[in-house]
Design a protein around this ligand. Structure first.
Ligand SMILES: Nc1ncnc2c1ncn2[C@@H]1O[C@H](COP(=O)(O)OP(=O)(O)OP(=O)(O)O)[C@@H](O)[C@H]1O
Ligand SMILES: [Mg+2]
Length: 396
């Protein structure tokens, strides 16, 4: 990185230029090449050889989203940072979806602004991506309880982390979340604490609320009490997802049984679904219903992985029967294994504790599916149903 960071500042319709000047002035590591406002000729302005574009705006200024979008499209390889006085619900999601790399809320203590901008640039250089990408969000669903969603979510996360992917696992089972238990993590900070910390949910704040597992997977733990669960709003979830997708290689969301409002909101912004069923007729009936519901929500078969758990159980239903009942063949078969409950008790998923087991192999083949997919663009599922970032061979 050059010693001085060259900055272009674009002012949204209602931005206060004095606040931005104050934030950038007096720091010798930052050099502002120029200011442009909403009505200026942007094409020429954005041609300048700057390292970063700052979009300054007032709280919830709609023109900011357009300006981020234009700056990203003009030079997709150059980072864009939003500077704002406050960020009402939904605003962060909009600017992240438009392609912003980070959001700085003013005022900030001296040095903080430069530090955030340096980090954004370093992160971009580290990624070496030809354009901006957002991480895939993989929702693990199972319309019936106890089918193995948490088992799949934890093992998939660790299998991807074993390939050096930077993975965030979100426990959306708001009432009875047990990811913390399954990974042996204590709930020192949870998604409730993050929500109480209040917006903006920027990278720094979110990162402080993620708990690290020894595999490298970072976990956003579910609230610890049911009354806290009811405080988690859909808007909050969308904001947090949007930010998470700009700060890691894959977001995996473990869900409660059924299509609760928060699960539907997750499906809505997700690009990839992993449906977990078991070899019993009730589970299979619900799996079929679930896949039909996803079809109605615009998901084609390519974006829905069907995982059959306890696939070797002798219960009078064969994998062929499954295809007939559900209407498609499973993509991955996970055998029953006595080591699985043991691995959960130890807090180390079987993909790490017994890597040569049949179950571990099945989880690695599920991870292959996500690791081999192409780069995605910063848009929700509607615009990019199957694109996800290539994880193979990546280094953090
Ligand atoms: N293939 C398997 N072999 C052995 N035990 C298994 C297997 N799959 C799941 N289990 C056991 O079944 C239990 C339920 O699994 P899990 O918690 O992953 O299900 P879930 O779908 O997340 O449940 P819930 O709907 O309650 O969240 C776990 O205790 C796990 O040990
Ligand atoms: Mg579960």
């Amino acid at each position: 990185m050059a010693d001085t960071i060259r900055i272009l500042v674009t002012l949204a319709e209602h931005a206060d230029p004095r606040l931005v000047e104050q934030a950038l002035d007096g720091d010798s590591s930052l050099e502002v090449l120029g200011y442009a406002d909403y009505f200026d000729d942007w094409r020429e302005f954005l041609e300048q050889p700057a390292d970063v574009v700052i979009v300054a705006c007032s709280a919830g200024d709609d023109s900011a989203t357009q300006m981020v979008d234009r700056a990203v499209k003009h030079r997709p390889d150059r980072p864009v940072v939003v500077m704002t006085e406050a960020s009402p619900n939904g605003f962060l999601r909009q600017v992240f979806e438009a392609g912003a790399d980070d959001v700085i809320t003013l005022p900030q203590p001296p040095g903080e602004v430069a530090f955030t901008i340096q980090k954004v640039i370093a992160r971009r250089k580290g990624l070496m991506m030809p354009g901006k990408a957002t991480a895939p969000l993989i929702a693990i669903l199972g319309p019936k309880g106890g089918t193995g969603k948490t088992l799949v979510a934890t093992n998939l996360a660790v299998a991807l982390a074993q390939r050096d992917a930077n993975v965030v696992l979100v426990d959306l089972d708001l009432q009875f979340g047990d990811i913390g238990l399954a990974l042996g993590l204590s709930p020192e900070r949870t998604m409730y604490d993050l929500m109480k910390a209040g917006p903006p949910f920027d990278h720094e704040k979110i990162d402080r609320h993620l708990i690290r597992h020894s595999s490298g997977v970072k976990v956003l733990i579910a609230p610890t009490r049911p009354d806290q669960a009811s405080a988690i709003s859909i808007d909050y979830l969308r904001d947090v997802y949007a930010a998470l997708r700009t700060m890691c290689d894959a977001v995996i969301v473990d869900t409660p049984p059924g299509f609760t409002p928060e699960v539907i909101a997750t499906i809505d912004v997700s690009g990839e679904i992993c449906m977990v069923g078991m070899l019993d007729s009730l589970s299979l009936k619900n799996t079929k219903l679930g896949i039909e519901t996803l079809d109605l929500m615009g998901y084609d078969n390519d974006s829905v992985a069907l995982v059959l758990n306890r696939a070797d159980s002798r219960v009078g239903i064969t994998p062929d029967d499954v295809s007939t009942i559900v209407g498609r063949s499973p993509d991955v078969f996970i055998p029953s294994d006595r080591e699985i409950p043991r691995s959960i008790n130890e807090g180390t998923p079987i993909v790490a504790s017994r890597p040569s087991s049949g179950a571990a192999k099945a989880f690695r083949s599920l991870a292959d599916r996500y690791a081999k997919m192409p780069v995605s663009q910063p848009a929700p599922r509607q615009a990019s149903s199957s694109g996800v970032r290539s994880l193979i061979g990546r280094r953090r």
